[in-house]
Design a protein around this ligand. Structure first.
Ligand code: ARG
Length: 464
């Protein structure tokens, strides 16, 4: 016992103290401290399970629960004496408990290992985190739906290849993101369902020897079931990886939206007015207003991808069961959650404050021959096969381009030379309104279809 650091939990086996740098190197306390509410929750449930199985007397249970409550109080008040030499949050809490209640505190860890303990803490933490992220996602969806409602009649140029393609309703474009984010919400719900399994009772790897009913323990901690294999329970970080993968996809989605807002805020596009409250200026150019929020949402995607790759790499090639490598899971895991929550949290009010310059957007929607397809459809309605109609309208566009006019400004005689099927009503065919109204197919951009879609989008908000 000569030189073991005061309170080293493995003092018995060691004769020399851990080197200070080695201690700092191996400690996870600097980042796993934030698991404390869940570590306490797990410890309280473990104590109750031990007592129920006869592993603790009722008095001992009361003492432990009282001690844990005191520890909780200190942590809540920010008065907890964290000690790096105790390596992680688990041993910090256990040691503090023993200081408060005496030797009986040492009974809490009966039949438990930090290997099943950390797997439990992370799952408990993630359940709460996923619920919060899903709620934040829903709020972003709500913000998009509010803007879509405001712009249910506003046409905008729809793009492919970032070239003006066909007019669409601005509401239709915004609703695309609502359905995209709905898949994210569902992915998180799916990950949450799979992670909802109790690892506690796996022990170090072989299963606990303590007299606990793991099914009852799972119910106590509101898990769907206890894990079926103790080796898997302490080796598995799939739940964290799924969360990171889902977050990477979400970050990619948010980045696409961020990129669109960056584009829309340029003088070249001029689709939106950035709200002062959510924009920044330049330290040198007095006229600038920068879309930093949208840029940073786009930029933070790199972190989240990095977090995913980091944990995939940590886990790759690890034999079963637990290894200290796995301690490297937490920073990636926390960082992705913090990043995604930060992005969603700012995005909702930012979207609500965006002002679309609807007159300009509408004007641009009608430019660049964006209704040329509709003119081809006009000829198709009069019996011309689409391929030929495409060819004819292509020539009409070329003529209009050469004269610097819109399709509707071409004289009917010139068009009739290209096809006798053109009649004076062709001008009606190339308006934005006709183009939109022709697309009331389910899922299309026609005003009625979009009204229906808005209803569906609102229903999504009511799904859990
Ligand atoms: N701090 C550890 C981690 O984050 C807890 C589990 C440690 N188990 C062990 N045997 N060293 O993964």
């Amino acid at each position: 016992m000569t030189g073991t650091p005061p309170g080293s939990p493995w003092g018995g086996r060691f004769t020399e103290p851990t080197d200070r740098d080695a201690r700092a190197f191996t400690a996870s306390l600097p980042f796993d401290y934030r698991l404390w509410p869940f570590d306490l929750q797990g410890s309280e449930a473990w104590a109750r399970a031990l007592a129920k199985g006869g592993g603790l007397s009722e008095t001992e249970l009361d003492t432990l629960l009282r001690g844990l409550a005191e520890v909780r109080d200190e942590l809540e008040r920010g008065a907890f004496p964290f000690r790096l030499e105790l390596e992680d949050i688990h041993m910090n809490i256990e040691r503090r408990l023993t200081e408060k209640v005496g030797a009986v505190g040492g009974k809490l860890h009966t039949g438990r290992s930090r290997n099943d303990q950390i797997a439990l803490d992370m799952r408990l933490w993630l359940r709460v985190e996923i619920d919060a992220i899903r709620a934040a996602l829903r709020d972003v969806q709500a913000a998009l739906i509010e803007q879509a409602e405001r712009h249910r009649d506003s046409p905008m140029p729809g793009y492919t290849h970032l070239q003006r393609a066909q007019p669409i309703l601005l509401a239709h474009h915004l609703l695309a993101y609502v359905f995209m984010l709905q898949r994210d919400r569902e992915r998180y719900a799916d990950a949450r369902r799979r992670l909802d399994v109790l690892p506690l009772g796996a022990g170090a790897l072989a299963g606990t020897t303590a007299p606990v009913d793991r099914h009852a323990l799972a119910r106590d901690l509101a898990f769907r079931a206890p894990s079926a294999n103790s080796v898997d329970a302490v080796s598995d970080r799939d739940f964290a990886l799924e969360f990171l993968a889902d977050s990477a996809i979400l970050a990619m989605h948010l980045s696409r939206l961020g990129e669109e807002i960056v584009l829309w805020a340029t003088a070249e596009f001029g689709f939106v007015e950035l709200p002062d409250a959510y924009a920044t200026g330049s330290s040198i150019m007095p006229q600038k207003k920068n879309p930093d929020i949208a840029e940073l949402i786009r930029g933070k995607t790199g972190r989240v991808y990095g977090d995913l790759v980091r944990l995939l790499t940590v886990m790759k090639g690890l034999p079963l069961a637990y290894h200290s490598d796995m301690q490297e899971d937490k920073e990636a895991f926390f960082d992705a959650a913090d990043t995604v929550r930060g992005c969603l949290g700012i995005l909702a009010p930012f979207l609500r404050a965006l002002r679309f310059r609807v007159d300009r957007v509408r004007r641009l929607a009608g430019e660049s021959y964006s209704t040329a397809t509709d003119l081809a459809d006009y000829l198709v309605d009069r019996g011309l096969p689409f391929r030929q109609a495409h060819e004819v309208v292509g020539k009409a566009v070329r003529l209009a381009l050469s004269r610097g006019v819109a399709l509707a400004e071409l004289p009917l005689e010139d068009l009739r030379e290209m096809s006798p099927l053109f009649g004076p009503d062709f001008r009606q065919a190339v308006t934005i309104e006709t183009s939109l109204a022709a697309r009331n197919v389910y899922g299309g951009t026609g005003p009625q279809a979009v009204a229906h879609q808005l209803g569906e989008a609102r229903t999504l908000l009511n799904t859990p």
